[in-house]
Design a binder for this molecule. Structure first.
Ligand SMILES: N[C@@H](CCC(=O)N[C@@H](CS)C(=O)NCC(=O)O)C(=O)O
Length: 253
């Protein structure tokens, strides 16, 4: 029996952060895969693990840790010597966490809008209004998000706003990479700031938005380094990209 069990979903960006960290730190873990469209995340047995009804959740021996940004730093706290990915200077740690807050506030929520409109909407289209409202009501964290989307999708205004936030993220990343003058966002060390934004950039690439960084060569080079990292392949195993499940994404937008 291994000490770490990760409740997660192959295509979930938040799960990918944690899988990458576990793989980079070479931590052996078991996976329990949840099917988010069958409602596994809302079943009482999972809500007792993560009352927010979202993946990921990490079980470490008898403790449960939830929320991807919390989990990745927890792994650093308990295993600081396995491939350190947090600076040691308090000011640099603060800088890293400021980047993560930006990522969780700006591109994290923004990438969900095109993801739902382009890929997930089809799961809701055939529901009756009552079924849809009941589903929204059952989501501890995403009730209002779902109600705003409705069964017909987010409005053009919502989409434009989200895409604008993703564009601003690229500009900000370019500034971070250039000002720190290294391979990664904080310089030569790969940190949790890189790991936090990685799945969002991979998702953007997957849904055909990689032209957003056509004019920012720093991002292309950063992405190549991330993809060449030893943990990448094990994190993005077959079935981890959205376009593998929804092949139209490669061509549609
Ligand atoms: N802040 C949370 C967000 C987790 C989250 O939103 N997970 C999504 C997948 S990336 C989910 O489980 N969604 C299920 C649902 O909306 O019902 C984290 O970073 O762990």
């Amino acid at each position: 029996m291994v000490d770490f069990i990760l409740y997660n979903t192959p295509q979930s960006t938040c799960s990918q952060r944690v899988r990458f960290t576990l793989n980079a730190k070479k931590i052996e873990f078991e996976q329990i895969l949840l099917d988010l469209f069958s409602g596994d995340q809302l079943k009482p047995e999972y809500l007792s693990i993560n009352p927010n009804g979202v993946v990921p959740a990490l079980k470490h021996k008898d403790d449960i840790i939830i929320d991807s940004s919390v989990i990745i730093e927890y792994l650093e706290d308990i295993l600081p010597d396995n491939k350190p990915m947090r600076p040691t200077d308090p000011v640099r740690i603060a800088e890293m966490r400021t980047m993560i807050r930006f990522i969780d506030e700006v591109p994290g929520p923004a990438v969900r809008i095109p993801t739902y409109n382009l890929a997930f909407l089809q799961h809701f289209k055939d529901m009756t209004e009552e079924e849809f409202l009941a589903l929204a009501d059952s989501k501890p964290l995403r009730r209002e998000f779902l109600l705003k989307m409705g069964r017909t999708g987010f409005s053009k205004e919502d989409m434009d706003e989200a895409l604008g936030r993703l564009k601003r993220t690229i500009v900000r990343m370019d500034e971070w990479i250039n000002s720190n003058n290294g391979d990664f966002m904080m310089g030569d060390q790969l940190t949790y700031a890189d790991i936090s934004v990685m799945p969002l950039i991979i998702r953007m690439e997957d849904i055909n938005l990689s032209n957003y960084w056509d004019d920012y060569s720093s991002i292309g080079r950063w992405l190549d380094r991330i993809k060449n990292h030893g943990a990448f392949k094990d994190t993005y195993y077959k079935g981890s990209l959205l376009s593998e499940k929804y092949p139209h994404l490669k061509f549609d937008n």
